[in-house]
Design a protein around this ligand. Structure first.
Ligand code: A3P
Length: 273
């Protein structure tokens, strides 16, 4: 493989080159960002970075500069769009301005899902991260409640306050440059959501309904590409803890106004709880 840290315009014999991303999946964490990236990558004109780069949100990465950022990008053909996804960008306060300074007209992809479902997914992810390290993690109720009231300091709850982050993004980018993918629809029926993304990115319509098939065992759609079938990693699509109706009601009450504010901000509604 070619060495990293090559000058930006180095061209390799097969005609590929590294580029700054043409589009970025900015989040939200647990929204379905991996599914979106994998599904979009079915398109031959998409070249995607494999790992989460955390360039704009981690200080030690950002300090390395744009040249380093480019060196993290995949080698792509001239007709391809480069895409990276780092779900933490959406909720990181400094990121919008930093992306704006790189490219003020960049098209951004944001995948959201029901804020309450996102909280439970976030909890589940952290729970399993602990389990892997043989560490214990409290039951979800212990984190969601404090003195029998909703613990609004819990990070997972905060990250679901979409409007508070969106306001910041919209001071830098016009709404029409941020395409919001409905993460709940993407789970239930991915093809129409992906078609919308193709159109937003001005890609030719090359992803087909036949690229998706429902896998009963997984309980999710999986991908079929040139005859090869694959599902997302087992860490994607895990069962969430069940919460009692008292807690669910608390969460519903809590998110009611913020959700409404978010819908007003973006001029669109979602069928969240
Ligand atoms: P859960 O594992 O909580 O169900 P991210 O990639 O941003 O971390 O998002 C993970 C979520 O993507 C999963 O959360 C899952 O619900 C969702 N998802 C969407 N489409 C999926 C698919 N086809 N296969 C597996 N997970 C999918």
């Amino acid at each position: 493989p070619p060495p990293i840290n090559e000058p930006r315009n180095a061209v390799y014999p097969n005609g590929t080159q590294q580029h700054l991303p043409h589009t970025i999946i900015i989040g939200v964490r647990k929204g379905g960002t991996r599914a979106l990236l994998e599904m979009l990558s079915l398109h031959p004109d998409i070249s995607s970075a494999e790992t989460e780069i955390h360039f704009f949100d981690w200080e030690d990465q950002y300090r390395k500069g744009l040249q380093w950022y480019v060196s993290q990008m995949p080698f792509s053909y001239p007709h391809q769009l480069t895409v990276e996804k780092t779900p933490a960008y959406f909720t990181s306060f400094k990121v919008p301005e930093r992306i704006y300074n790189m490219n003020s007209t960049i098209k951004l992809l944001l995948i959201l899902r029901d804020p309450i479902e996102r909280v439970l997914s976030d909890y589940t992810q952290v729970y399993y991260n602990h389990l892997q390290k043989n560490k214990s993690y409290p039951p979800v109720e212990d984190l969601l409640l404090k003195n029998n009231e909703l613990n609004t300091n819990y990070k997972a709850i905060n990250r679901s306050l979409y409007y508070s982050f969106m306001e910041n993004w919209l001071t830098y980018f016009p709404l029409e440059n941020i395409h919001i993918v409905d993460g709940d629809y993407l789970i239930r029926n991915p093809f129409p959501e992906i078609q919308k993304v193709e159109r937003f990115l001005n890609l030719s319509p090359q992803i087909k309904a036949s690229n998706f098939y429902y896998n009963r065992t997984k309980g999710f759609y999986c991908l079929r590409d040139s005859g090869r079938e694959r599902c997302l990693h087992e860490s994607k699509g895990r069962a969430h803890p069940r919460i009692n109706s008292f807690l669910l009601e608390k969460l519903r009450e809590y998110f009611y106004e913020p959700n409404k504010k978010f819908f007003q901000l973006i001029g669109r509604t979602f069928d969240w709880l």
